[in-house]
Design a protein around this ligand. Structure first.
Ligand code: 6PG
Length: 236
């Protein structure tokens, strides 16, 4: 099932849905990139109880966690550091140890996912995603062999297909597609082609976003008008 909303302020809607998943005590994978920052900042101000939630990451860059390119650092500054001092504890944060390098970092994260959620394919409650102008998602880039990986939960990406050009660690498509809810937050005219390629056509490895189709979960697209401007007809 796909729900598509074209909104003046998709970050606000995304923050509300993130907070709902948090209050339900969910396992949630956060996304990196610039777009979700406003969503995280607003979610932090919504007065929710974060203590039951476990926050994962869909990907990170292989840099130290205090590097300005780190997705963890962005989420920490926009979200974790803004949560009111918790009485009963804040959320559990499962950071990707990407500074260990793409392959060791991926092995670590896969182990962490299995230890926490069981040996089988984990079912995250919510996976948040952005969409690159080249239609990449997490750190799964167009045409890369990582898109074909079915037997791993996380992969090392030696060459990023988009800036910043540092190696990455990314969860795989099976992890994304087994989630109960996958929620895309996409804003800006520069994403409008990618939106059409990801959501308005046939699945293709040239547009990794088009391969995100939850097998037994919901796909939610939160778009602003410029990002949705070239989409003719909303996906079903
Ligand atoms: C990353 C992200 C990536 C991001 C898109 C969109 O680590 O780069 O997880 O998949 O979501 O590149 O990023 P922007 O919101 O910055 O355009």
């Amino acid at each position: 099932m796909t729900e598509t909303l074209v909104l003046d302020d998709p970050a606000e809607e995304c923050a509300k849905r993130l907070v709902a998943a948090v209050e339900a005590g969910g396992h949630i994978a956060l996304t990196g990139g610039g777009t979700p920052k406003a969503c995280y900042q607003r979610a932090a101000e919504m007065g929710a109880d974060w203590s039951g939630a476990t926050l994962w990451f869909g990907d990170d860059r292989c840099v130290p966690p205090d590097d300005e390119r780190s997705n963890y650092r962005m989420a920490k500054e926009a979200l974790f550091d803004r949560l009111p001092a918790p009485d009963g504890g804040g959320p559990v944060v499962k950071r990707i140890l990407a500074e260990r390098g793409p392959h060791a970092g991926a092995e670590d994260y896969e182990r962490e996912l299995r230890e926490t959620l069981g040996e089988e394919l984990p079912r995250l409650d919510m996976v948040m995603l952005g969409l690159g102008p080249d239609a990449h998602v997490a750190s799964l880039f167009p045409g890369q062999s990582t898109l074909e990986v079915r037997d791993r939960l996380a992969v090392g990406v030696e060459e990023a297909g988009f800036e910043p050009y540092v190696p990455r660690v990314s969860v795989t498509l099976p992890v994304i597609n087994s989630a109960r809810q996958v929620i895309f937050l996409v804003a800006g005219e520069e994403k409008s082609d990618a939106v059409v390629r990801a959501f308005g056509g046939e699945p293709t490895p040239d547009a990794p976003g088009s391969l995100v189709r939850p097998t037994d979960g919901e796909l939610i697209l939160l778009l602003d008008q410029p990002a949705a401007s070239r989409l003719s007809g909303l996906p079903e």
